[in-house]
Design a protein around this ligand. Structure first.
Ligand code: NAD
Length: 359
């Protein structure tokens, strides 16, 4: 069976970094007989320039038909004055909601070679490898009712609703347990069950689910403590599962522990494991077109795609090991460069990964 991958290079540095990631995908496809078929489409500003809108029908049709999507990044100053409804970011949100990508996987990994890039002491973060599983389409960001109303006394009041149904919690819980099974088999569920009923239910359901995954060691932590522990001793975590808002905040905090945004991949998955894979960073218009962007986050997104959508864990390991090996050899793009290392362009970094994969 053919495994269909749709590539959406997007804007800014997107096409530059995606070009390197696609070379990696093509190489492992032929080396490991993965039966991948790779197609490409327009999204974001590039789509606006070509068709007038950020998410052309053809792109949406291809996105629905494929098994996995590799995205560069969208957006940039050129399109910032456009109406909100047709900005590049709308294209991205449109795909996420249309495809029901409810599960966001955000690893925070710090290759020991880059431990000095973190704002924390190197020994606290060296070798850090956490996966945050964030619910992406529910919770307080989407709950109804919501709005700003005027009370009888004339005072205005803002209100939102924090709501999760059982099925939504089971769905994200299962994804988290399955992810933990593919890693260190430790899962920490983050909630605020001492204050919020919705997370009391969350905790109860995580406990129920844990009976189906006896190999996974489940623990619970209140979100305020989780924030502290992430800064105090981040290596205690393997997989963290949490709701939309807590996940939004904790995953950004965890990403910053690594100090190098050009290194972090992410995945957004639907209920069948179909996914959109992309680097955590944006389109970096300040360095676009210069050939100096770090392609490793996008290359590591390819590894996530192979592991989570296609189940090619061994190939994913090979890509991650190749990245580690080029760091060992001293290759550094500008964002992770330190004195004495080998300054590499986007293309040279990509080439170094290909060479490591061929070795
Ligand atoms: P950004 O992540 O694009 O850039 C922040 C800083 O990090 C910049 O200095 C940039 O040069 C640097 N950087 C980012 N990725 C890098 C890489 N691979 N290699 C080297 N340096 C890198 O964030 P921003 O500047 O806030 O946003 C720029 C544009 O990207 C905006 O239009 C924003 O809307 C868009 N954006 C898109 C996505 C997405 O497509 N998922 C996500 C975030 C931001």
């Amino acid at each position: 069976m053919t495994n269909n991958v749709l590539v959406l290079p997007g804007d800014g540095i997107g096409p530059e970094i995606v070009a390197q990631a696609v070379k990696v995908l093509e190489l492992v496809n032929s080396q490991d007989n993965l039966d991948l078929s790779i197609d490409e489409a327009l999204l974001g500003g590039a789509a606006i320039d070509a068709t007038g809108g950020p998410l052309p029908e053809e792109t949406m049709a291809k996105a629905k038909a494929c098994d996995a999507i590799l995205l560069g990044a969208v957006g940039g100053p050129k399109w910032e004055s456009l109406d909100m409804a047709i900005r590049p970011e709308r294209g991205l949100l449109g795909i996420r909601s249309e495809l029901g990508l409810f599960g966001n996987l955000r690893p925070a990994m710090l290759y020991s070679q880059l431990a000095d890039a973190s704002s924390l002491k190197a020994d606290l973060v060296s070798g850090l490898d956490i996966l945050i599983v964030r619910e992406l389409t529910g919770g307080i960001y989407f709950g109804q009712p919501r709005g700003i109303r005027t009370l009888e006394n004339g005072e205005r009041q803002g209100y939102n609703t924090y709501v999760y149904s059982e099925s939504e919690i089971v769905r994200i819980g299962r994804l988290a347990f399955e992810s933990a099974m593919k890693r260190g088999k430790r899962l920490c569920s983050v909630d605020k069950a001492n204050v919020l009923e919705v997370t009391e239910l969350w905790r109860e359901i995580m406990e129920d689910l844990s009976k189906e995954y006896p190999e996974v060691e489940l623990s619970h932590m209140y979100v305020d403590n989780a924030a502290m522990q992430l800064i105090r001793a981040p290596k205690q975590f393997d997989v963290i599962v949490t709701g939309n808002m807590f996940g939004d905040i904790l995953s950004d905090a965890a990403a910053m522990l690594t100090g190098s945004i050009g290194m972090l991949p992410s995945a957004s998955l639907d209920k069948n494991g179909k996914g959109m894979y992309e680097p955590c960073h944006g389109s970096a218009p300040d360095i676009a077109g210069q050939g100096i962007a770090n392609p490793l986050a996008t290359i590591l997104s390819v590894a996530m795609m192979l592991r989570y959508t296609f189940g090619f864990g061994e190939t994913a390991d090979r890509i991650e090991n190749a990245v580690s090996s080029v760091l060992d050899q001293g290759y550094r793009t500008g964002d992770i460069y330190t004195d004495g290392m080998k300054k590499a362009s986007t293309g040279e970094m990509g080439e170094a990964v290909l060479t490591a994969l061929r070795a």
